[in-house]
Design a binder for this molecule. Sequence first.
Ligand code: OAD
Length: 255
Amino acid sequence: MQVVPGDLTAQLARARRVTALTGSGISAESGVPTFRDAQTGLWSRYRPEDLATPEAFARNPKLVWDWYAWRRQLVAPAEPNAGHRALVALAGCVPTFELITQNVDGLHQRAGSVNVIEFHGNIARTKCSREGVLVEAPADGTDSPPCCPRCGAWLRPDVVWFGEPIPTAALEGAFAAAERCDVFLSIGTSSQVYPAASLAEVAHAAGACVVEVNPLPTPHSGFASFVLTGPAGTILPALSEALARRPRAITEPGR
Ligand code: OAD
């Protein structure tokens, strides 16, 4: 089975800038649940409005804190998989590689990716719910939630909840990376949550070749130049190996 079309390898070989956006699907093979997959996705068992909004936290801070503590426990033993590692290899094969993730699990960094743009924050970090400054949560875990040592407000996870803005640096960095890339990889995301989902649209509008990696179709499959159907843990290693085997066309112009 040829998972990587030769035309795609050629596009990647002459690309100057490659940008990748990942979603929870890339971590599925590490045992971290996705959100919208039927049966296994978190949002098939929990209601986001009860757990992932500022209003939910104001109503019931303990419920929200405990749910994130449970998710932190799910993530803690997870190891980066072949998909995460293949993106590290791929980054080494192109002049500029920018990685944006919607995931809060830190697995890209643990695989060795650098300068990762965390679009939705990171579940391992904690911040003051009043002042927004990062604060280390007490290790004993007895208070649920603990209080900010500076001002006494509740601590909360440093993640983006529904209805909250994306942190400015992440937003600006991600949109700039989408606008200037030659190839945009959309990996393991249902492409339903905005503004993250608009990154592929921006890249497409700016003339980039959009590549989707997903076992299932998404709303973006229609405009993607290549739709690679399957798990990221299989497709991405095939992609990075195909690229590594091909000599870079250094004299070819970018798009
Ligand atoms: P979703 O759960 O919406 O989508 C996961 C996608 O991964 C689906 O399209 C699956 O088909 C695909 N998938 C499953 N297994 C895969 C595999 N092995 N390899 C590749 N793809 C696979 O998750 P996201 O798109 O990440 O936001 O969700 C976006 C945001 O919605 C999340 O960041 C989170 C959530 O609510 C916040 O918490 C703010």
